[in-house]
Write a protein that binds this ligand. Structure first.
Ligand SMILES: [Mn+2]
Length: 465
């Protein structure tokens, strides 16, 4: 007990991460070339003998007519290279091979410089640029990768996840990426097997990406800190008469202000019954006195995303019913946190949180048994978090695993319980890094308790300054 109190005190004394204003012309806190080289080496270490890893950049995706979506690089490709350009291919060999006169284990095929295109969409790095910036040894332009560039029959299998990456799509034929993917697809269709049809590549990626390295943790700390700034500003600013999209604007302003490239996933800002829709992204409703607002929003920073949810009273004060449900979810989250330690199975966090929620819903007369309780808490408590918001990782908690703890209770109108509970939807979500002897909450700089939230709600918002 004493130890627990001491730990809590320590947490309170630890300063929240403050985000430094950028002072260099461009951001200079990207993952280093050495980080990516280290990840490629770790992949090669886990590859079976005489195999090749094949990783493609993401497809450019059309939004409508001649407008593309903002480019988002393939996370596996980014993990191994840092390169944010499309139309690129990375080959990682277990044993050295010779391709186009160069001998080694790493080959990357990238876009050629193109003054005409660069006038419209900005600088293309080209061979020299990629060599200098990313320090990858064997760099070629993508037109050099043809069906005869390398005889894939000389390796036993190809490790790749390209089949799930939407790069062979008929809507995208005619570009270098689809052309290169087509070559690999032909090799595989003519008998060269994918290693354990996709399975072992996923397993290697999961083992690697599931354990966060110190450089990745720094970016995740920043993503979590700017996410918390957004949530805190929403807690201060929200009031009856404001719309859900205005709450979203306050949130995302804070992300962008701090250099986030995108929200890590579409921002969820659901008030009243909309809080009961798990992935509500419409965000159009006018909020009223007495509503709860559930905001599940987080920033992505240099490829790494946080995932934070806070649920707050729109008028600054929880009703007695809202408070009962809120504090039940909070207790469940605390129980989930307690299960976050090395050696525990991933599912121990959900088991701990669900036990509290089931017991509480039965006690309040909302559910008759565990099975009925499940309909009010229909999702899992945790998922891995990192390059993807729903990331990949090991099933046993260990140092470097990064996961969410996010229990919730959702009681939509019409539920089979007393009407006084209807339209209450509560989720509380934090981002937990497993440490050597326990865990650290990277999103602790946004308040979770009823008292702390009601106190923050009284503070001046960005609109009062
Ligand atoms: Mn989540």
């Amino acid at each position: 007990m004493l130890r627990k109190t001491c730990f809590r005190l320590l947490c309170l004394l630890m300063p929240a991460m403050t985000l430094a204003q950028q002072t260099t012309e461009y951001p200079n806190d990207y993952l280093s070339p050495e980080f990516h080289a280290g990840r490629r080496a770790a992949f090669r270490e886990m590859m079976p003998n005489n195999t090749v890893g094949v990783f493609f950049a993401s497809q450019v995706r059309v939004r409508n007519n001649d407008v593309d979506y903002q480019y988002a690089q393939s996370k596996n490709f980014y993990y191994f290279t840092g390169l944010e350009e499309p139309n690129s291919l990375l080959l990682l060999f277990k044993q050295p091979v010779t391709i186009l006169g160069a001998t080694g284990t790493e080959f990357i095929f990238v876009q050629n410089r193109n003054p005409q295109q660069e006038m419209w969409t900005g600088k293309i790095l080209g061979v020299e640029g990629v060599k200098n910036k990313y320090k990858i040894e064997n760099v070629f332009t993508n037109d050099k990768f043809t069906a005869s560039t390398f005889d894939f029959n000389t390796v036993d299998s190809i490790l790749s996840l390209y089949k799930g990456e939407d790069i062979l799509s008929k809507y995208n034929t005619g570009n270098q990426l689809s052309r290169m993917a087509g070559i690999i697809d032909n090799v595989i269709n003519s008998g060269k097997k994918l290693a354990d049809p996709r399975y072992s590549t996923s397993r290697i990626m999961s083992a690697l990406r599931g354990i966060k390295q110190p450089e990745e943790i720094k970016l995740l700390e920043k993503a979590a800190a700017m996410s918390c700034e957004g949530h805190n500003d929403v807690i201060r600013a929200v009031k009856p008469g404001m719309t859900e999209y205005q709450a979203q604007a306050i949130m995302e302003y804070n992300f962008k202000k701090n250099g986030s490239e995108y929200p890590g996933y579409p921002s969820i800002n659901g008030s009243s019954e909309n809080a009961c829709v798990l992935h509500y992204v419409t965000n159009l409703r006018l909020m009223k006195d007495g509503d709860l607002l559930l905001s599940d929003c987080a920033a992505e920073y240099h490829g790494y995303t946080a995932d934070v949810t806070r649920t707050i009273p729109v008028n600054g004060k929880f009703t007695p019913e809202q408070k009962l449900i809120y504090e039940l979810v909070l207790e469940a989250q605390d129980s989930g946190f307690a299960a976050c330690k090395p050696g525990n199975p991933f599912g121990a966090v959900d088991a701990a949180a669900r036990r509290v929620i089931n017991r509480g819903l039965i006690k309040l007369g909302i559910a008759a048994n565990d099975q009925e309780a499940r309909q009010y808490f229909p999702h899992g408590t945790s998922h891995h978090l990192g390059l993807d918001v729903h990331d990949i990782g090991p099933r046993t908690l260990q140092e470097g695993v990064f996961l969410t703890v996010e229990p919730g209770i959702y009681i939509p109108p019409g539920s089979k319980c007393d009407k006084k509970w209807w339209s209450i939807g509560v989720r509380i979500e934090d981002d937990i890094l497993i440490t050597k002897d326990g865990h650290r909450n990277l999103s602790a700089s946004s308040p979770r308790t009823v008292a702390e939230i009601e106190k923050m709600a009284k503070q001046k918002s960005i609109f009062d300054k």
